[in-house]
Design a protein around this ligand. Structure first.
Ligand code: ADP
Length: 580
């Protein structure tokens, strides 16, 4: 059972006080009793000497009647029974009994002692009176001859009443001492218990959210330290909590006023927080603590939340709802127990991108026919032109070709970026696909004196769109030959770590490390004049990147300036026909 500190500490004191209160009278009384007895006997002996003096004359004269009456008056004064005994044990006088009826007292302990040494005392039962008595006997001598033994005796109850009186006084004193000690112990225990109780109450208040409580100073040093520590802790915690709640409300205000929908859910799908913008997506007003499946009406938002809760870590997705498009991203926080989901309205950006794409496609489409015509007429004209004219016609031809490539690349990109664009995927043998592609570049390689080779190996099957894969290989090979002046361009196809690996390596000029991360951006070129001179559009690698992404692959670039570059692409291997 749990006890209070007051009860615990007082209980200890109370046990000690009670034990001492009970034991000390017993011990003192036990030690006092024999002392009182011997004092009483001594006192009785002194009385007996006085009695002997008073009786000696009448005893010496042998007048027993007078002795008897003297003895009785002495008894009246002293309260003691007086007996005069002859040396042979005969009782001559006795104030309490008839001497003639009394037996010989020769064998009484005090009489024997008195006859031997002149004085004897005893405590024993009186055979004559039948009660416990104290006895003191002294001899009355004439010269060396003992004439009589004078004896005084008092009942033992006298002694008992004296002892009883002392005992009851001692018991009273002990009771007062116990009561006083208990009172002091109680006050002392309370002086310890009350501050501790107050501290415990203060802690309970703090737990209930009241940080204004303060402990009073104590005169006990340790308790005072504890009170100061408590006050410090309460002040600091109070400060921290108010800081925290201020920040939390600031934070919530910021989140509420932020235009993008934002929600925090626990792993079980219950809302921890949702801002106004999120609630405006068609959720009921109070989301806190409620399951998203119960409070979110929109099936699009429901499936977005399901995806966010199921996906480990972070992720992103797009949602279209009521004619608007949202980009959503989520991340798992707070020890993987909560998911924070933010959304941004990208409708305008998506619409703008669509307008731009349509515009590019339309412009490209419109440009294609006139450009082909320009190119055709320039070729026809150059057949009949003189050298001077051919120089200008070549410039027209080169630029027309450049424009045609640009139009082609813009169209390719726009097509792949169209929403809902899907690959026409089938089982493709990469090695077989590369054979004819390589042949396309054979003349250009030969013209530059470059070695062009496909490393031998077995066929590698992937699931892909052969037209797009061809486009990818053409772009990589075109670059490799364009940016290599001497040495070789090599292709290899292999299986590596359960994936298909296509590599295009050259011994060309290489690419500065700082440019590598940006190579796949549209129109990003390392050396603009060289690229332009070589008929580059700056879109080739952007197209490659897109094709790789559509095939769930990964593109990597290794390059060293002056030594050459390697572009490598990893694709998932073909695993069987897709269940369509
Ligand atoms: P471009 O039409 O200009 O070749 P790409 O998108 O195909 O555009 O390539 C972007 C840039 O990357 C090029 O301008 C060139 O600077 C660099 N590059 C691409 N491939 C290679 C390569 N094999 N060697 C060196 N530089 C390359």
């Amino acid at each position: 059972m749990r006890r209070t500190i007051l009860v615990s500490s007082f209980r200890g004191y109370a046990i000690v006080i009670l034990v001492l209160g009970l034991l000390s009278p017993l011990l003192i009384f036990g030690g006092l009793r024999p002392v009182i007895r011997s004092l009483a006997l001594e006192d009785l002996a002194t009385t007996t000497y006085a009695v002997r003096s008073a009786l000696s004359e009448s005893i010496l004269s042998g007048d027993m009647e007078r002795t008897d009456s003297l003895a009785r008056s002495l008894q009246a004064e002293t309260g003691a029974r007086i007996t005069v005994i002859a040396p042979d044990g005969r009782v001559l006088v006795d104030t309490d009994a008839d001497p003639l009826a009394m037996e010989s007292h020769r064998t009484r302990t005090e009489v024997i002692a008195a006859l031997e040494s002149g004085e004897g005392t005893a405590i024993r039962n009186s055979a004559t009176l039948g009660t416990a008595m104290l006895y003191a006997a002294v001899t009355l001598k004439q010269g060396d001859t003992v004439l009589a033994v004078v004896r005084s005796s008092v009942p033992f109850r006298h002694l008992d009443s004296i002892v009883g009186g002392i005992a009851s006084r001692m018991a009273l004193l002990a009771a007062i001492a116990v009561a006083l000690s208990a009172l002091i112990a109680w006050i002392f225990s309370r002086s310890l218990a009350v501050p501790v109780r107050r501290l415990a109450d203060g802690l309970a208040w703090m737990q209930a959210g009241d940080y204004g409580v303060r402990a009073e100073p104590s005169r006990i040093r340790e308790l005072d330290d504890l009170a100061k520590g408590f006050n410090n802790a309460a002040e600091r915690t109070g400060g921290l909590i108010s800081d925290l709640s201020e920040r939390t409300s600031q934070f919530e205000a910021i989140l509420d006023s932020s235009s993008g929908p934002l929600a925090v859910l626990d792993r079980q799908g219950r809302f921890v927080f949702a801002n106004d913008a999120f609630r405006a997506l068609g959720a009921s007003d109070d989301l806190s603590g409620r399951d998203y499946r119960e409070v979110i009406a929109s099936s699009e938002i429901q499936s977005l939340l399901r995806k966010a809760l199921e996906a480990p870590g972070s992720g992103q997705d797009r949602v279209s709802k009521d004619g608007r498009t949202w980009a959503a991203s989520w991340t798992v926080v707070a020890g993987h127990e909560q998911v924070v989901l933010g959304m941004a309205d990208i409708t305008d950006a998506v619409n703008l991108a669509a307008v731009k794409r349509d515009f590019a496609v339309n412009v490209a489409h419109e440009l294609r026919t006139p450009l082909t015509a320009i190119k055709g007429f320039a070729e026809t004209l150059s057949e009949h032109a003189d050298d001077e004219e051919r120089k200008y016609l070549d410039i027209i031809l080169r630029n027309a070709e450049r424009l045609i490539s640009l139009v082609r690349d813009v169209q390719a990109l726009a097509e792949m970026e169209r929403p809902g664009y899907e690959l026409e995927a089938e089982e493709v043998d990469l090695r077989a696909l590369l054979g004819p592609v390589i042949e396309l570049f054979r003349p250009a390689a030969k013209e530059k004196g470059l070695e062009l080779a496909l490393e031998p190996g077995s066929s590698v099957l992937v699931s892909g769109d052969p037209y797009r894969l061809e486009q990818l290989a053409i772009n990589l090979l075109d670059n490799a030959i364009k940016y290599t002046d001497k040495g070789s361009v090599r292709l290899s196809v292999s299986e590596d770590e359960g994936q298909a690996l296509l590599e295009v390596s050259d011994t060309g000029q290489g690419i500065p490390e700082a440019d590598i991360p940006r190579l796949c951006e549209r129109f990003y070129v390392v050396d603009r004049s060289r690229s332009r001179h070589l008929g580059g559009t700056g879109l080739g690698l952007a197209i490659v990147k897109h094709i790789v992404m559509l095939h769930s692959g990964a593109l990597g670039i290794r390059s060293e300036v002056g030594k050459g570059s390697t572009f490598f692409v990893r694709f998932p291997l073909f695993t069987g026909p897709s269940p369509s």
